[in-house]
Design a protein. Structure first.
Length: 468
């Protein structure tokens, strides 16, 4: 069989590993990569000769790199390439009948029905990690991947029928997906990736696939305080369960996180290490999910058990009191001369920057800006004006757009920053005072100045750690 792999990212590479060397391959990518396999009689490489433009994959204008893939027996594409493929092949049924994604392959082939999927605009990685850790604390065999950890095809050969699978699922991975997990969780929804999606409705409808194809004995878990999350959960024929509200996990007025119809006490919010209300939401989402999966009092099927509640809660408390978060998510990098430096490079929308600002009560110097994803900065500017932001440093292509939003709020304590991270951090330090926080939470993608959010966060940490 001759297989076309469209996109040589982590998912494309997992296709090559999964199908193995008994097949022939045509590997196509928008640009040349150092990690391509060697070209041979069995492996042909195809890519554009020029450098890839700054910005998201799947938006190049020269589509010649796709030539010939329709002659292959199977086409497995990275979802961000879908719109490029659509431009070339339109509604050609003969093409789309043999085109698929790794998500399609995984859901059609997974031997375990115990699949938990997490989506939302932000918080997916933290929530799915917590779910996996809570399940492992219960002694379950857990496979963890998707957008975080391993691609799903790398997980597939290891999964047994009674194992649990926890997947972080993005809008891209859910786009046009005709499958939904047994337990689906939708976190907060905010505008995102509007540089790829035609509009907000298309983005939201992609997320909806996490619920849309569920069955009546499945579970749809949603954020009670988010109208979009609730709206999407209502598309599921399964049982709908809120979190951040009973009977799901929520924070009681006295600061105790409780769960279930009887309000079983789990842990005080002061005992968890994660910062901010958004992380309390993530904790409650994870608790609600695992309580239903292995500790629920109203089981749907024979896969669930009912361990003694006190033991389940003790294990959950141990996980929540020790987990201090993922890298680049409101991560404390260093305290120096009374100033705390936080890396929130993973936050790439105005909404996530707002969440980070509100999570830190002390005065802040915030670093904002990068490449434009089509979002408005007006609400962010309003929050900056109304909260303890001492100074804003504006960087990247969106600096003028953020500047105009700040001016409309009559916020003048900002400066246009340099384009190198050591100089950006030095400028932030200059404006910060003892007791302040310096916060990298840019509200934007990283393209232009940095290769991705990880590169941006790592450069920030290196610059902070070099301060004397």
């Amino acid at each position: 069989m001759r297989i076309a792999i469209v996109g040589w990212g982590l998912e494309g590479q997992s296709v090559y590993r999964f199908f193995g060397n008994k097949h022939d391959y045509l590997i196509v990518n928008e640009h040349q990569r150092d990690d391509f396999p060697l070209q041979s009689e069995k492996v042909k490489l195809q890519y554009l000769p020029q450098d890839k433009p700054t910005g998201m994959t799947g938006t190049v204008e020269d589509l010649s790199y796709l030539e010939g893939i329709d002659s292959c027996d199977k086409i497995i594409y990275s979802v961000v390439a879908f719109k490029n493929l659509q431009k070339v092949y339109g509604n050609d049924k003969s093409f789309w009948d043999k085109a698929t994604t790794i998500q399609h392959i995984f859901f059609a082939s997974c031997p375990s029905p115990n699949i938990i999927g997490v989506t939302g605009t932000k918080g997916k990685g933290t929530t799915s990690t917590l779910i996996a850790k809570l399940l492992e604390a219960e002694g379950k065999s857990v496979h963890f991947g998707g957008n975080i950890g391993l691609p799903v095809l790398d997980l597939l050969p290891k999964i047994k029928p009674t194992d649990w699978v926890v997947l972080e699922l993005t809008n891209f991975q859910l786009f046009n997906l005709p499958y939904s997990p047994h337990i689906a969780i939708c976190l907060m929804i905010a505008p995102e990736h509007l540089d790829w999606h035609s509009d907000m409705d298309e983005y939201v409808m992609a997320k909806a696939n996490i619920f849309r194809h569920q069955k009546p004995n499945d579970l749809a878990i949603y954020l009670a305080t988010d109208d979009k999350s609730k709206e999407l959960a209502n598309l599921s024929p399964g049982k709908k369960i809120p979190y951040y509200s009973g009977p799901g996990a929520y924070v009681r007025d006295d600061g105790m996180i409780v769960i279930g119809d009887n309000g079983a006490e789990v842990i005080r919010k002061s005992e968890v290490k994660l910062l901010g209300e958004h992380n309390l939401q993530n904790i409650c989402a994870a608790l609600t999910t695992v309580y239903q999966a292995v500790g629920g009092i109203d089981p749907f099927d024979k896969l669930r058990v009912n361990p003694e509640p006190a033991k389940w809660i003790d294990k959950a408390k141990a996980v929540l009191s020790s987990f201090n978060g993922l890298e680049h998510r409101l991560e404390l990098v260093r305290s120096l001369q009374g100033i705390n430096y936080y890396d929130d490079s993973f936050g790439t929308t105005p909404d996530t920057a707002i969440v980070a600002i509100r999570a830190l009560p002390q005065p802040k110097v915030i670093i904002l800006g990068g490449s434009d994803k089509g979002a408005s900065f007006d609400e962010l500017a309003k929050v900056i004006k109304e909260t303890e932001v001492r100074h804003a440093i504006l960087i990247g292509k969106t600096a003028p757009k953020i500047e105009q939003a700040l001016k409309r709020q009559q916020f003048t304590d900002y400066s246009i920053g340099p384009d190198k991270m050591p100089a950006i951090v030095a400028l932030a330090r200059k404006h910060a005072k003892e007791g302040d926080a310096v916060l990298l939470s840019t509200a934007c993608a990283s393209f232009g100045l940095f290769s991705d959010y990880k590169d941006r966060g790592n450069q920030f940490k290196a610059a902070v750690n070099s301060l004397k």
